[in-house]
Design a protein around this ligand. Structure first.
Ligand code: PRP
Length: 173
């Protein structure tokens, strides 16, 4: 069940999305981006973010998963790869949340192996205290404590992704 009032409201999320998009637009001025959304979790954040970024871009997606219920199993499954060429492009990987960092670490290395001109990471949520892989996140929305959150793309057993805000999830006992 989803408990209490939103952990992050629609207004807080949308304000942060605009802030991040402004910084990214400034950093990539004069360049062309390849924005890559990591599905499923990032679908909502990605679409809000890119519509606020003001540099030319190509858009692509990859589908990966590592979670079973509320636990990361540490093994990253790549269900679908991007179709774009990475070589020589400025890649921006967009995630909903970084927890252990194992997913991003895997995907980052995979894309770096394809020789991009640059590769940066943008994540809406950062659960820093849970980190296992040492990765740098270039653009962070909110640093959050170790609570299981759902909504705005994030799920529990594939539910709650459609909520426009983010809430703390608690399993029924
Ligand atoms: C979630 C989230 C990140 C990853 C973060 O995806 O979207 O991709 O876990 O966790 P990590 O830092 O511990 O690797 P999930 O595997 O649940 O798939 P989903 O995007 O389809 O929800």
């Amino acid at each position: 069940m989803v408990i209490g009032k939103p952990f992050l409201t629609v207004e807080q999320i949308q304000g942060k999305v605009k802030e991040l998009a402004n910084i990214i637009s400034r950093d990539y001025e004069g360049k062309e981006l390849l924005a890559v959304g990591i599905l499923k979790g990032a679908f909502m954040f990605f679409s809000d973010l890119v519509r606020n970024i003001r540099v030319p871009m190509h858009i692509d997606f990859l589908v990966s998963s590592s979670y079973v219920k509320t636990q990361s199993n540490g093994k990253v499954n790549l269900h679908a790869d991007i179709r774009s060429t990475v070589q020589g492009r400025h890649v921006l990987l967009v995630e909903d949340i970084v927890d252990t960092g194992l997913s991003l670490n895997y995907l980052r290395h995979m894309l770096l192996g394809r020789d991009p001109a640059s590769l940066k990471i943008c994540a809406l949520l950062d659960k820093k205290s849970r980190r296992k892989a040492d990765i740098q996140i270039d653009y962070v929305g909110f640093e959050i404590p170790d609570r299981f959150v759902v909504g705005y793309g994030l799920d529990f057993e594939d539910r709650y992704r459609n909520l426009p805000y983010i809430s703390v999830f608690k399993e029924k006992t």
